[in-house]
Design a protein around this ligand. Structure first.
Ligand code: NAD
Length: 360
């Protein structure tokens, strides 16, 4: 049966970079003989303009039936005055919550050719390839009770609850162990089990799963404060890191910045059925939209993740990542990653170069 991919270009540079990813998908389908059907829908501001809502029930229904969603970016000044519940970003949040996308996978990859873009020393980051698996729908961001209450003495007190059930911990750990199996075979689980009971339970369960079901994965544990330090001290020691929502929020941004090039970073959000939404880490970049300046490589690498994680087409994913590396070797750069001695290209030239490399 053919696999279904839903494309949601969104706003700003979204449509421009999705166009390049679709060129790449076209070649990949032929090269690897893949039976993939592609549909397209509106999301974010584009959907607001056409239908008055950032995501229609029709598009959501197609998304639910898809094997993977390739998402561009949403938002822009045109919709900044919309009420909170009707902002373009709501379309993205609704997709995440309605589809139960609980696992956020954020690779921090730094192609050696771009090492000078990082604020860290070249040798610390050149060739960096780590993956942060962040729990996305639980933990302290969602735990109840929460709020601000007034105490008897009139002082106000804010409070949140850090809660994880066994089932929530196990399902995110499973995603991380399986990702480690598909990559370098190492998993670091990050917690604060010396202080927080909820993360002591986290450590206990991850340890049990490692011993019972994933003896092929080399598992270690690290406190979050140490993990933050190690990420900037020696980031290449890691392969896959798994952690809860809040720690993951912070560590994944820190890891992304190790690379120094936001236009290069893809991400994935997966649910229990291994359906996933794949999108660049960056936003809709309204400042350069329509000018052909956007770097399409984060979107193209998001397509590679879709093939790897939702369609299990590992060779096709590897081929795309290699083609991206090839075009960097050729010295081609969009403005965001430009450096001296390289050739400045526009969005569509960059997509064409990836296509040519795949066809070579
Ligand atoms: P942004 O990531 O869109 O842009 C930040 C800077 O990086 C800008 O200077 C931009 O030109 C540049 N940039 C981003 N992607 C690039 C690319 N592929 N190639 C070259 N340069 C690139 O963040 P922002 O400016 O804070 O937000 C702009 C809009 O995007 C806002 O409406 C925001 O809400 C939205 N946003 C959407 C998402 C999403 O859809 N997932 C994520 C973040 C922000």
């Amino acid at each position: 049966m053919s696999k279904q991919i839903l494309c949601l270009p969104g706003d700003g540079i979204g449509p421009e970079i999705i166009t390049e990813a679709l060129k790449v998908l076209d070649v990949i389908k032929q090269k690897f003989n893949l039976d993939i059907e592609i549909s397209e829908g509106l999301v974010g501001g584009a959907s607001l303009d056409a239908h008055g809502v950032p995501l229609t029930d029709e598009v959501l229904a197609v998304a639910r039936k898809s094997d993977g969603i390739l998402f561009g970016a949403v938002g822009g000044p045109k919709w900044d005055d919309q009420p909170m519940m009707n902002r373009p970003e709501r379309g993205l949040l609704k997709l995440r919550s309605e589809m139960g996308l609980f696992a956020n996978l954020r690779p921090a990859m730094l192609f050696p050719q771009l090492a000078e873009a990082s604020s860290l020393k070249h040798e610390l980051v050149a060739g960096l390839d780590i993956l942060i698996v962040r729990e996305l729908t639980g933990g302290i961001y969602f735990g109840e009770p929460r709020g601000v209450r007034t105490l008897e003495n009139g002082e106000r007190e804010g409070y949140n609850s850090y809660v994880y059930r066994e089932s929530e911990i196990k399902r995110i750990a499973k995603v991380a162990f399986e990702a480690a199996q598909k990559r370098g075979g190492q998993l670091t689980s990050v917690d604060k089990s010396n202080v927080l009971e909820v993360t002591a339970l986290w450590r206990e369960l991850v340890t049990e799963m490692g011993a019972k079901d994933y003896s092929d994965v080399e598992l270690s544990h690290m406190y979050v404060d140490n993990a933050a330090m190690q990420l900037v001290r020696a980031p290449k020691q890691f392969d896959v890191l798994v952690t809860g929502n809040m720690f993951g929020d912070i560590l994944s941004d820190c890891a992304a910045m190790l690379t120094g090039s936001i236009g290069m970073l893809p991400s994935a959000s997966l649910n229990e059925a291994n359906q996933g939404m794949y999108e660049p880490v960056h936003g809709s970049a309204p400042d350069i939209a329509g000018e052909g300046k956007a770097n399409p490589l984060a979107q193209i690498l998001s397509l590679a993740m879709l093939l790897r994680y939702s369609l299990a087409e590992i060779e096709a994913a590897d081929a795309i990542e290699k083609a991206v590396s090839d075009v960097l070797d050729q010295g081609l750069r969009t403005g965001d990653i430009a450096s001296e001695g390289c050739t400045l290209v526009n969005t569509s030239d960059m997509g064409d170069a990836v296509v040519r490399s795949l066809q070579a």
